[in-house]
Design a protein around this ligand. Structure first.
Ligand SMILES: Cc1ncc(COP(=O)(O)O)c(C=O)c1O
Length: 400
């Protein structure tokens, strides 16, 4: 009898975490490394949010909280959905978890039976298939293409739906591509879903606030109110409020699902950290004036990175609408040889040779289920991005 569980054999380590660690190790050895692999804003949490946390500590808000979250936060979440998305939820229809990641976990754990299928458009956030697998479900991938800016098209979605489909996971703006659905694009998807009443929608809106230019964010239940009764709308404070370490995610959905998720969480982590919950109340209810500053900085960086990558030999980089990632294609570099004599056969070869030759850490597209591409996170300074893009141009220029 083996010591480790069969469930463990169903999951892969997170490629983004592996590469970020590799970059850290090289740095510790004295190498000049620029890491473009991390998925978190380089900004600090706004001061008003920090102050709210300090005040909560001083007030003694340091005890266990109700499993689904403190009432003031669940009320703030209900207000947020009404104000920003036009969605009506009672506070009792919301749940607070330890990061957006746990929200998704809870939903899948509470609903999946062996053999249940979950549709995941590729490229996807690395954790979705692993979470589905750990919960005993079967991930069903539907490819997107760069021609469609990595957005799911209605026909392939329709073909992927079977009687066993329980969920579809949507993520707009997307990690890893930054692609975000316009109202029309989202409507084309929700129209398909309306024809299949047994399919539930898990929408990961984590990057809602990070969209650029005049792009207008939409979420499925807002575009198609007919999906309200089978949609879990997930969001969190990690990205828009630079609070990745505070570990607060939340969601709203039908009563029965939220109760089931509460049940799961009650035997897992219980309530999220009390102090972080009070900080999240301030994040949602307090001033939002840091957002234009974050967005302006990210938009400038996006424009810089897309323009410089498109000047690199063999690379093609679409312009994404949001998040802080770009997902260039390195297809034309496949089969080329590096100065050290290595032939590039996969996008994983491309990123590992790039790290080796120029000290730039990016994540290969195959980790997100679609390549040959690679993901760059531009949540770092303009100077570092310019330096990194110059190095990428030099690396691509050196290929023969
Ligand atoms: C698409 C997406 N969803 C969810 C999460 C998880 O967020 P949290 O840090 O709140 O668990 C991330 C974090 O990288 C993400 O990129």
């Amino acid at each position: 009898m083996g010591f480790l569980s069969d469930a463990l054999s169903r999951i892969k380590p997170s490629a983004t975490i592996v590469i970020t660690q590799k970059a850290r190790d090289l740095k510790a050895q004295g190498r000049d490394v620029i890491s473009l692999s991390v998925g978190e804003p380089d900004f600090d949490t706004p001061d008003n949010i920090k102050e709210a946390a300090i005040a909560a500590i001083r007030r003694g808000e340091t005890k266990y909280t109700p499993v689904s979250g403190i009432v003031p936060l669940r009320e703030a979440i209900a207000r947020k959905f009404k104000r920003e998305n036009g969605l009506d939820y009672k506070p009792s229809q919301t749940i607070v978890s330890t990061g957006g990641k746990q929200v998704i976990y809870n939903a899948l754990l509470a609903t999946l039976n062996p053999g249940d299928e979950v549709i995941i458009p590729t490229p996807y956030w690395v954790s979705y298939p692993e979470m589905v697998g750990l919960c005993g479900g079967k991930a069903v991938f539907v490819d997107t293409t760069m021609e469609h800016n990595f957005k799911l098209q209605p026909e392939p979605l329709e073909r992927a739906i079977t009687p066993k489909t329980k969920w579809i996971i949507l993520n707009s703006p997307s990690n890893p591509t930054g692609a975000a659905y316009t109202r029309e694009e989202m409507k084309a998807i929700t129209d398909v879903l309306m024809r299949h009443p047994h399919v539930w929608v898990l929408t990961d809106d984590m990057y809602e606030h990070l969209t650029y230019g005049d792009f207008e964010f939409v979420t499925p239940a807002q575009v198609e109110p007919g999906l309200y009764d089978r949609t879990l709308t997930m969001n969190g404070v990690s990205k828009a409020y630079a609070m990745t370490g505070w570990r607060i995610g939340y969601a709203a959905g039908p009563d029965q699902l939220i109760k089931a998720m509460d049940f799961v969480q009650g035997q897992q982590t219980s309530g999220a950290a009390s102090i972080s919950q009070w900080a999240a109340v301030e994040a949602l209810d307090g001033p939002q004036d840091h957002l234009p500053r974050f967005k302006k900085a990210f938009e400038e960086r996006r424009d810089l990175v897309v323009s410089m990558l498109n000047q690199a030999k063999y690379l093609k980089c679409p312009m994404p609408e949001g998040a802080f990632y770009v997902y260039p294609s390195c297809a034309e570099a496949m089969g080329k040889t590096t100065p050290s004599g290595k032939v590039l056969r996969t996008d994983e070869d491309f990123v590992s040779e790039l790290l080796e030759a120029e000290g730039v850490a990016a994540v290969h597209g195959s980790a997100f289920g679609l390549g040959p591409n690679f993901r760059i996170s531009y949540a770092t300074s303009n100077a570092a991005l310019e330096d990194a893009c110059n190095r990428i141009q030099r690396f691509c220029g050196s290929l023969r």
